[in-house]
Design a protein around this ligand. Structure first.
Ligand code: SAM
Length: 233
């Protein structure tokens, strides 16, 4: 079944723009986005086809795109950044110095794993998610009396997972993005993912009646994402 794709209004939404996210975000108006959720390259050398995921000035580069995210966010908007903890620790430190974003929480995403074991190290089984708001009046949609922990336990997308798409190396689980989208945005809100990859954020937005705006360097991945949006994967 094709997924419902919400209708556009003034700002072009429900599209994935091909290009560099910093350059493309510069074309977006100030205060136009309700929520940013992103899972950028982790600087581990993954081959994304159009980009080498290995930068000498990785943290400096992260701060550059985070500043653009801050500019385009509305005053009640929020931002989530998924990464390895050792990267997020440095990103957090620099972003606190170089932006006015308000740091809200460090969320740990813990996943069971059956790969990456070493006799001389602890097996990596977590990523962290930095949560910031732009102002103090940010959305946080919990039911009356409901609480949520800053530890999320959820499986990675495995090769055998139902949602796994072909041709993309590291897909984030839809359930994880859905949790963040529902807590930090309302229906019809605009959610930006500047590193859209295989389109997980877009698919979740389409399913939850949010508008998405994606940026992705590799046109092959945009094809995969658009195919996924049409329910063809
Ligand atoms: C970790 S992946 C995102 C995966 C995504 N969350 C998913 O579930 O499919 C990072 C993505 O950022 C893209 N990318 C790398 N540098 C970029 C840039 N400067 N601008 C836009 N996209 C970029 C890569 O091509 C890759 O698809």
């Amino acid at each position: 079944m094709p997924l419902p794709i919400p209708m556009d209004d003034k700002m072009k939404t429900n599209v994935i723009i091909q290009g560099d996210c910093i350059k493309e975000m510069k074309k977006l108006p100030d205060n136009s986005i309700d929520l940013v959720i992103t899972d950028p390259p982790y600087n581990t050398g993954v081959n994304y086809g159009k980009s080498k995921d290995k930068r000498k000035n990785y943290i400096k580069w992260c701060v550059k795109w985070i500043k653009e995210c801050e500019r385009v966010l509305k005053s009640n908007g929020s931002i989530y950044i998924i990464n390895y903890p050792e990267n997020n620790a440095r990103i957090l430190s620099e972003s606190l110095k170089q932006t006015n974003l308000l740091f809200r929480n460090w969320i740990t995403w813990h996943y069971p794993t059956n790969i990456g074991h070493s006799p001389k190290n602890y097996t990596r089984s977590q990523r962290s998610i930095l949560f910031y708001s732009k102002g103090n009046k940010f959305k946080f949609n919990l039911e009356e009396g409901e609480v949520i922990d800053d530890l999320i336990r959820m499986n990675l997308v495995k090769n055998t997972s139902k949602e796994k798409v072909k041709g993309f190396p590291n897909q984030i689980p839809e359930k994880l993005i859905e949790l963040l989208v529902k807590i930090s945005s309302n229906e019809k809100d605009v959610v930006l993912d500047p590193f859209m990859g295989s389109g997980t954020t877009a698919v979740v937005c389409a399913k939850t009646d949010r508008k998405y705006l994606g940026i992705e360097l590799n046109p092959k991945f945009i094809k995969i994402a658009n195919k996924r949006l049409l329910g063809k994967e």
